[in-house]
Design a protein. Sequence first.
Length: 55
Amino acid sequence: MKKWQCVVCGYIYDEVAGDPDEGLAPGTRWEDVPEDWLCPDCGVGKTDFEMIEVL
């Protein structure tokens, strides 16, 4: 499972946690997040997210 960070506001989408408030169950992989999903903090789309390495 990976984490993806919004390059605009820094919000982190964690595949393990999902985003239940936005209808994404825990364990929802990034590729399964709908293309029209928007960052819950700033409203940008998936194209403004980058995979991050968690140390």
